[in-house]
Design a binder for this molecule. Structure first.
Ligand code: TXA
Ligand code: MG
Length: 379
């Protein structure tokens, strides 16, 4: 069921979510080619896309997110051919691409001198992180745009990544209201326990372009000109970042492709100890993916006023509210639900968000990485 919300309810800045029809994708591609930002779905999380060959567009992404400029952006392309134009691929990189693309794996490789990518997009490094997303809308958008698209997760720096279009809207609304208010009545659909494969209610709004086809907010550093809505992201957690510039492949960020899957293909993989930051991953800030409420890990019992993110069939008693990442202990389901449920519990009436222990295997590594950063002291 679709729900049409009156744009006046939210004001001009919010009337830019559109269902990802062919026409909307074409319009989004035109906006990208004009140097605008567009939020779009991938199988991992929603991305805030901008033309990766345009310094001004890259600068606009950093400004919109409030992202530190030493944290390079992932560059998205539709396939291996386009990727090979941007970076040097050896046999090992081609093997990774054949095995995991399209899909939730980003490869850090040496930039080609003639790649034409904005240096700002890769924060001045001589390497670039490349990703070929599997989501049909992302694929169509990348092909229609016809140029590499830099796309970090479509949230303000340090906050929880968006897994539905309404989360993107909540991130970039200005002034920044409490998330629950910005969501309106449709948030809880599509974000609920175990519903990650279900289509959510969709906010249907008209895009607010002016006569020149540019968003009224263009150049203001405030967020995307358009948000393409294709429902919830099925993986729900960002891509794995694998550095292939050294002698041994190095895991820079745990994500949608598991360490076990990488080891099956490459054998040895350099892995940082849980919670440790690798020097080669410049953007891995200790506090990240963070809700406003404090987060407490490995919770086995309740503290006063706390809400609980539970994993498995049984939750300990005494919590003010309990949401299940996965009742059956399925890590893929837990990953898909993680960010949406963190948002749902990020409410002032709770003293904090406690999380039950998650096994450090498979997708559990990526989930625990995000949770440790959500729980880290904010600087
Ligand atoms: O799933 C994803 O990867 C999402 C969706 C939208 O595709 N995108 C995403 O992008 O998470 P972003 O920009 O938030 O992630 C960038 C990560 C950071 O950890 C950054 O340090 C690392 O990739 N990274 C990017 N370029 C790098 C480089 N040249 N060398 C090392 N790490 C790099
Ligand atoms: Mg991010």
């Amino acid at each position: 069921m679709r729900r049409r919300l009156c744009a006046d309810t939210y004001g001009a800045v919010t009337n830019n979510i559109v269902p990802a029809s062919d026409e909307a994708i074409e319009r989004a591609a035109r906006l990208l080619r004009a140097g605008e930002l567009v939020a779009f779905p991938t199988e991992t999380v929603y991305g805030l896309g901008g033309d990766a060959s345009d310094d001004a567009a890259a600068a606009r992404i950093f400004a919109a997110k409030g992202r530190p400029r030493f944290n390079p952006l992932i560059v998205h392309v539709p396939g291996l051919t386009e990727a090979e134009a941007l970076a040097a691929f050896d046999e090992r990189a081609r093997l990774a691409a054949r095995r995991f693309w399209p899909g939730p794996l980003s490869l850090v490789l040496r930039r080609r001198a003639e790649c034409g990518l904005s240096l700002l997009a890769s924060a001045g490094l001589d390497t670039v992180a490349l990703r070929v997303p599997a989501h049909a809308v992302a694929q169509a958008l990348l092909r229609a745009a016809g140029r590499p698209i830099a796309a970090p997760s479509a949230n303000r720096s340090g906050r929880v990544s968006p897994t539905i279009a309404a989360h993107v809207l909540a991130e970039f609304e200005d002034p920044h209201p409490p998330i629950a208010d910005a969501m309106g009545p449709s948030l809880s659909r599509g974000a609920g326990e175990g519903k990650y494969a279900a289509a959510p209610d969709t906010l249907v709004r008209n895009a607010g372009e002016d006569a020149r086809g540019r968003s009224p907010r263009a150049g203001e550093g405030l967020g995307p000109a358009l948000i393409l809505d294709a429902g919830p992201c099925l993986v729900g957690i960002e891509s794995t970042v694998l550095d292939l510039t050294g002698a041994t492949p190095a895991l820079l960020r745990a994500g949608g492709v598991t360490l076990e899957e990488l080891r099956a293909v490459f054998g040895e993989i350099e892995v940082p100890a849980p919670g440790e930051n690798t020097p080669r991953a410049p953007g891995r800030l200790p506090s990240h993916y963070a809700p406003r409420r404090p987060v407490r890990l490995d919770a086995v019992d309740a503290r006063p006023g706390e809400a609980l993110l539970a994993f498995g069939a049984e939750a300990p008693p005494g919590f003010a509210e309990v949401l299940f990442l996965s009742r059956s202990g399925d890590l893929a389901e837990a990953a898909a639900n993680l960010f949406a449920l963190l948002r749902r519990l990020d409410r002032p009436e709770f003293s904090g968000i406690a999380v039950m222990p998650i096994p450090e295997v498979g997708l559990g590594r990526a989930i625990n990485d995000r949770l440790r950063r959500a729980a880290a002291p904010k600087l």
